[in-house]
Design a protein around this ligand. Sequence first.
Ligand code: 4F9
Length: 248
Amino acid sequence: MKIDVLTLFPEMFDPILSSSIIGRAVNNGIIQIDVYNIRDFARNKHKQVDDYPYGGGHGMILAPQPLLPAIGHVLSKSNADRSTVIYMSPQGKVLNQDMARCLAQEPHIVVLCGHYEGVDQRVIDKFVDIEISIGDYVLTGGEIPTMVLVDCVARLVPGVLGNPESIKDESFSRGLLEYPQYTRPQEYEGYTVPEVLLSGNHREIERWRLKESLRNTLKKRPDLLKEAELLPHEIELLREIQQEMDVL
Ligand code: 4F9
C-alpha cells in the first residue's frame, strides 16, 4: 500500500514515521508513506498557499493553486491502478473500523490535510473521493486526523502487525468491546484475577470472555449492540447479564 500525505506541516509526521509500528512497516517496505509539503507547489513569489474568502468572513482558504497541482502530482506519479483521494474534515463521514478495513484494501491513498478555514470547494469537487472526520469536534488542522487515519488503516495491512490474530479479537472487530485482560501477579494488593482465567478450561474461558465482552458493550456502548449481529448463544448470554443486573 502507498499513502501520500499532502500537508503544510510535513514535520508533524516525523514522529510516526521514525518510530512506532507504522515506522517499522515503512522501513520494512510493507507500506510506503510519502509526505509532501503543499507549499512546495506554490508558484507565486511568496509561496503563499491561502487567500481571503470570496463573500467575506474571517480566516483564510487554501487556494486551488497550489492544491490542484499538488494532488495532480501525486496522482500522476502513482503507478497503482486506482487512487483514493481523502480529505480530512469535520464534514466527513465519521471514521469507523469498517471504513478502515475497506481503505486497507486500496493500493493508493492520498490524504489531504486542510488548514485555516478550509479548502477551496473546487479542489474537493475535482479530486476528493471521500471526506472523513475522526469525530464531532474541530481541530486546528487535518494533520492529527490524518495520523489517526493512517495508523488505523496501516495496521490492517497484512504484515504490519506481528500477529494477525490480534486483529480478530480486538474491540470493534465484531462490533463488541473487548473483555477485561489480566496478567501476573495473581494477587496484587488484595486485587485478584477472575478464577476462571486460571482454570485452564478453555471452553469456560471463551464463554467468560464473550460474556464479559457483551457486558462491557452493554454497560459502556449500548449503541454498538444494536448494530452487532448477535448469534443465539450470545443473545442468551445477554439475557443472563440483564438478569444479573436486575438482581443488583
Ligand atoms: C478533521 C476534525 C477531521 C475532525 C480539520 C479542523 C478535523 C479538522 N475530523 N478540524 N481541520
